[in-house]
Design a protein around this ligand. Structure first.
Ligand code: AMP
Ligand code: GLY
Length: 435
């Protein structure tokens, strides 16, 4: 089979890495790809939002299966265009991708179908925001309706921050049209967990649990990022121990994943693709923070390192509308990914610095350096973005996987490198049997 992966981040490198292991793979392409995917796949110089060019490329090369990494092409309707051209693609249609593309749509759908989520109101001007904040009570969370690359969310603790947030939304209009409607939402207290599943329109196959760390600073301080590290299993309390894992997984499937898939089908937008529920483990059970219509980045890196099943026939079958299997298989080992970022991220990162030590990673068993913001310059790999690399490793348990990922991360250097040193620390401290 000839497979095309769309995107150029760490998630797409991990997808290429996993797909490349399939005996069914004949040729692998990545559009546009990065220096890491280029070791596994032919890079195709087309951006993910250049949908017509992607369709033409897939037709010319007779691509058998396309797998989409990021949300933007999905929200723009890539899947609809590919289907129209009779090309097999694993991902949601434009209407189904609204689950991520419109936070208002997602919240209203959850409300209509009784899916547990934070209490909320939709606001469109200063007065309605203030009224909603008053009823819900501080702290509240204000979210731009549309896509804002994880940056359209403001957490407001006091009156002053509320005034400032109103300035950001209505004065500066920082999120443009994406901020015309705002979700004003109750702040949920608890550990965040990522619950990701593969959907074929009927069946839902859950991946193992995972957890990512979205804030730039240690102890979850500072602004949001795309994700500074991740591990699988999630290791949060309700996923402790074999029995709890099974029980919690079943509860999330029953209360969240099945109802949302059924609601989407009812609404004439059946969901195919990766369905990602960002959850908070509250005192009242798991509640949904958001849905994404794709794999998480960096959650994909540890998850795909643990996945045993061959992804090529699985996604090809899913694209046709029937996985033909009831469950996925994961290695017992844990996996972790530490993101190496460039200083300045999530603002303007320092770029163009040569990266040392990548060869050392190639020598290590069970360790991968997934590229994100890198580029080739005069035959050398240099930094070219905010999140530069994800150093991922497996290990007998979470502690071992994290330790190996951190040991490997220490080998990879450049002058303005930044990483969080506390990925996984809090969940390790809370594990049963720990001091
Ligand atoms: P979202 O784009 O909705 O996932 O929001 C980005 C991040 O903001 C989340 O991963 C959380 O860390 C935080 N966040 C969003 N909504 C809430 C909420 N209702 N309560 C607490 N934290 C939130
Ligand atoms: N790591 C969070 C996300 O991919 O949205």
């Amino acid at each position: 089979m000839k497979v095309l992966v769309i995107g150029n981040g760490g998630r797409e490198h991990a997808l290429c890495w996993k797909l490349a292991q399939s005996p069914e793979l004949e040729a692998l392409y990545c559009a546009p790809g990065n220096p890491g995917t280029a070791r596994l796949a032919r890079s195709v110089d087309i951006r993910p939002d250049e949908i017509q060019q992607l369709v033409e490329f897939a037709q010319e090369e007779a691509i058998d299966l396309t797998v989409v990494g990021p949300e933007l092409p999905l929200v723009l309707g890539l899947v609809d265009e590919f289907r129209e051209a009779d090309l097999a693609v694993f991902g949601p249609t434009r209407r189904a991708a609204e689950l991520e593309g419109s936070k208002v749509f997602a919240k209203e759908l959850m409300q209509r179908h009784g899916i547990p989520t934070a209490d909320f109101e939709i606001a469109h001007d200063e007065r309605s925001v203030l009224r909603a904040a008053k009823r819900i009570g501080l702290p509240v969370v204000l979210k731009a309706e549309g896509l804002a690359a994880g940056k359209g969310v403001l957490i407001v603790h006091d009156r002053q921050e509320l005034e400032d947030a109103l300035g950001v939304f209505f004065g500066q209009r920082r999120f443009g049209q994406a901020g015309d409607r705002i979700v004003v939402e109750e702040f949920l207290e608890g550990e965040e967990v990522s619950f990701i599943a593969l959907c074929d329109g009927a069946r839902i196959l859950p991946l193992a649990s995972s957890k990512d760390y979205k804030r730039i600073g240690e102890n979850d301080e500072g602004p949001n990022t795309g994700g500074m590290g991740a591990h699988s299993p999630a290791g949060v309390a309700s996923f402790h121990g074999r029995e709890e894992i099974v029980k919690t997984g079943a509860a999330v499937m029953e209360r969240i994943m099945h109802p949302v898939a059924a609601a989407m089908a009812d609404d004439n937008r059946p969901f195919k693709g990766f369905l990602y529920a960002g959850l908070v483990e509250t005192a009242d059970g798991m509640k949904v923070l958001e849905f994404n219509v794709r794999l998480g980045d960096p959650e994909a890196q540890p998850l795909l390192m643990r996945l045993e099943d061959d992804l090529v026939p699985l996604l090809a079958a899913g694209a046709r509308g029937d996985f033909g299997v009831d469950r996925l298989h994961f290695r017992k080992e844990a996996a972790a990914c530490i993101v190496l970022a460039a200083e300045g991220y999530p603002g303007k990162p320092v770029t163009g610095e040569p990266i040392e030590g990548l060869e050392a990673i190639d020598e290590l068993e069970g360790v991968e350096a997934f590229h994100a913001g890198t580029a080739m310059e005069d035959g050398r790999v240099v930094t070219a973005g905010g999140r530069v690399l994800g150093i991922a490793a497996t290990g007998v348990d979470l502690r071992a996987a994290l330790q190996r990922a951190y040991d490997a991360a220490a080998l990879v250097r450049w002058p303005h490198r930044y990483m969080r040193r506390d990925i996984g620390r809090r969940v390790l401290e809370a594990l049963p049997g720990e001091d």
